[in-house]
Design a binder for this molecule. Sequence first.
Ligand SMILES: NC(=O)C1=CN([C@@H]2O[C@H](COP(=O)(O)OP(=O)(O)OC[C@H]3O[C@@H](n4cnc5c(N)ncnc54)[C@H](O)[C@@H]3O)[C@@H](O)[C@H]2O)C=CC1
Ligand SMILES: O=C(O)C(=O)Cc1ccc(O)cc1
Length: 362
Amino acid sequence: MKIAVIGVGLIGGSLALCFRGKPDIELVGFSHRQDLADLCVERGVVDSATLSLEEAAQDADFIFLSTPVGLLETYLEQVHALPLKKGCIVTDVGSTKASIAARARELDWGEACFIGGHPMAGSERSGVQAATSLLFENAYYVLTPEPDTDPEATEALTRLLALTRAKVICMEPGQHDEIVGAISHLPHIIAVALVNQISGYHESNPLYRTLAAGGFRDITRIASSDPVVWRDILLNNRFNLLQLLRDWNQQVEGFIEQLEQEDGEGISARFRNAGDFRNELPERRKGAIAKTYDLYLDVPDHPGIIGRITTELGSRGINLSNLQIIESREDVPGLMRLSFRDEIHMGRAREALESLEFDVYA
Ligand SMILES: NC(=O)C1=CN([C@@H]2O[C@H](COP(=O)(O)OP(=O)(O)OC[C@H]3O[C@@H](n4cnc5c(N)ncnc54)[C@H](O)[C@@H]3O)[C@@H](O)[C@H]2O)C=CC1
Ligand SMILES: O=C(O)C(=O)Cc1ccc(O)cc1
């Protein structure tokens, strides 16, 4: 089976890594630049890479369009114009679905077909360097087949996507864009606006950045996302976003009014409602890591401490699946998060670290 990935970045590269090395799968990457083509082969993400779209698409069973949203329709048209293998399934990974679905509907696909797709997982990083086969584990992967799409084609794509360990869910493209606009695109706008607001204050007083800590970092991680990828997403979904931003304004106005009126009860009610809704969110693994069992510990800020902790755990045969310094400040203990794949390793690590007199929290 031949799979072509058009645009081998974070998402295209991560998909390729999920498929790579499976029996009878040949993976070809298409890049628009020789250095990027070389890089994705060097990193072992694809078997080969080419600057020729025709070569990539030739005899392919699946073609994944994985460029920024603004280029997807052009590549869709270019791929459509090529001689495609009978039964070839063309799909995309764009964060918006309505416009590409509308364009695909206008084209006659003959014995090939197009099924829109969107893996609902990613990160603020970009490029093939950030690709990982774990990215989609446990995430949703939206497909947007048309009412007249051959169900066997949707099934074939779903079978292939099982290799990503994502959960495939089918929906209508317009509904996808409304919902994803609210739960992903709007939060990106808010994160960027917030960071820019604070960065403005910081210009007149550098203490803003010095003091920016946990809460600010938590809700602004996604403000570091790729500017081109996000420019394209926001412009493409602008009609939904304009309404969502009007609704957002109402939320802001609500806070202004409650503060002006010193309406403490109203403010706590908002926090209660938000907490109730958030606590009911489905459990999801963080970033590229599957469900983890986490311990937090205070670590003094001195050289070699991370090495000591990992060595102590390693010497006891305790497997660490991730390690993160959440806060590190001069002269005060930083907070470290240690993640384990199961409760048993987490329990053993806790015991070991406590015996070494670290302050450990679950
Ligand atoms: N970043 C994320 O977290 C997620 C992104 N997506 C969607 O995935 C798509 C790709 O995004 P990422 O992988 O994050 O971005 P990326 O920047 O990591 O990858 C984009 C790829 O497209 C290539 N590209 C750029 N211009 C090109 C051109 N003119 N011709 C051919 N290739 C070109 C780049 O070289 C790169 O390999 C976007 O449509 C995005 O909406 C979907 C889910 C999550
Ligand atoms: O990193 C995060 O939290 C994201 O929001 C990732 C993401 C970005 C874009 C998508 O279309 C889907 C998921």
